[in-house]
Design a protein around this ligand. Structure first.
Ligand code: NAP
Length: 325
């Protein structure tokens, strides 16, 4: 259970006034521009009131150089959404929570499990919402996959998350630095879907991580997990994929086969395409953030990050050829 009450529902919350609640967006990079700004623009619940950006922010929107400037200038803004990489995000999240703001975190919610739990404790103490998002859980096939698997006897799960890092992460140095997660930056999306759709928890039993000799984070990882009644999960994350790109999960059960493709956006059951579901990933996240604030709740599930931490704990380390961007 990841949802916790932070106060009596509605008490001290923003209630129905959430209609166009002003929100600040911090860290205006690729994901802020590709997804957050359009999702906020389409949202009935939030209106983009300010940014915090070291590189200038968004045309026509008030910008501050850092979180301290925002907090001083705009006490009326009660919700912030943090889109910078995980390592610099922690101090900013602590400052926002300490100032009594509702906070939404991009994935992964932190660079370590402990820091996320610290954020969760501070949110509870302050009576504000902390939402550790997992955008892939809002992909169009995931809710139906979860429903299908609820009572299924699962035999085997195969996860293949293979993409070309040069195509998807050009010039992003932080993903190659300690705390940047390397191939787990996309791979954790697969783990967020896995932990959402499987009816019972699994645990890591083995891993092999391939580190380029000139980098701090892995370029590829093979993971094995065990679940109840002999159920097994095999996951292959690889950033060296050229040609067709793939983000696929196949679940074999005693009643049939479920296949999620396109990062969870497409669902087939026994080869039959299923109807797409939900609001879309980022509109779904902002809708959920508004619901959590309204209900006086936080949603912080560290299980995908815990699996990554376990892979770094248990995994064998192979050194592979240097990677140049
Ligand atoms: P990015 O473009 O490399 O960087 C995001 C922005 O964060 C930067 O443009 C910068 O914004 C700010 N930033 C960078 N370093 C900072 C620092 N040391 N201190 C304060 N701010 C800093 O990264 P991204 O691709 O948007 O990814 C950001 C997060 O979103 C990551 O956790 C990633 O996993 C997640 N995400 C990314 C994608 C994707 O497709 N790229 C998809 C889903 C989730 P300013 O110049 O405005 O300060």
């Amino acid at each position: 259970m990841t949802v916790t009450n932070i106060r009596g529902a509605g008490a001290g919350g923003v209630g129905r006034q959430l209609m166009s609640e002003p929100i600040a967006l911090l860290g205006i990079g690729k994901i802020a521009r590709d997804q957050h700004i359009p999702a906020i623009a389409a949202s009935n619940a939030f209106a983009l009131a300010a940014t915090v950006s070291r590189s200038g922010g968004v045309d026509g929107v008030e910008n501050h150089d850092d979180i301290a400037g925002l907090l001083t200038a705009r006490p009326d803004i009660r919700a912030v959404s943090l889109c910078m990489p995980p390592v610099p995000r922690f101090d900013i999240a602590m400052a926002a929570l300490a100032a009594g703001k509702h906070v939404m975190l991009e994935k992964p919610p932190g660079a370590t499990v402990s820091e996320v739990l610290k954020l969760e404790r501070l949110a509870r103490a302050k009576g504000v919402t902390l939402f550790a998002t997992w955008h892939s859980r809002h992909a169009a096939g995931v809710a139906q996959a979860r429903a299908y698997l609820r009572d299924a006897q699962i035999k085997h799960v195969q996860i293949d998350w293979k993409e070309d890092v040069r195509r998807w992460h050009p010039g992003q140095d932080w993903i190659w630095q300690a705390g940047g997660l390397g191939v787990f930056d996309p791979g954790i999306n697969a783990l967020s879907i896995m932990t959402e759709i499987l009816p019972n928890p699994v645990h890591l039993t083995g891993a092999t991580l391939a580190f380029p000799e000139n980098r701090d984070t892995p370029i590829a990882a093979d993971l094995a997990f065990a679940g109840p009644a002999g159920m097994r999960v095999a996951a292959v994350f690889d950033w060296r994929q050229e040609g067709p790109q793939g983000w696929n999960i196949t679940v074999d059960t005693t009643q049939g086969q479920l296949r999620l493709t396109d990062g969870g956006a497409t669902l087939h059951i026994d080869g039959m395409a299923q109807k797409k579901d939900g609001l879309g990933e980022y509109p779904g996240l902002y809708h959920r953030f508004a619901e959590l604030i309204e209900a006086g709740q936080s949603d912080v599930d560290v299980s995908p990050l815990q699996h990554v931490a376990d892979a770094f704990l248990l995994g064998r380390r192979d050194v592979v050829e240097a990677f140049e961007d």
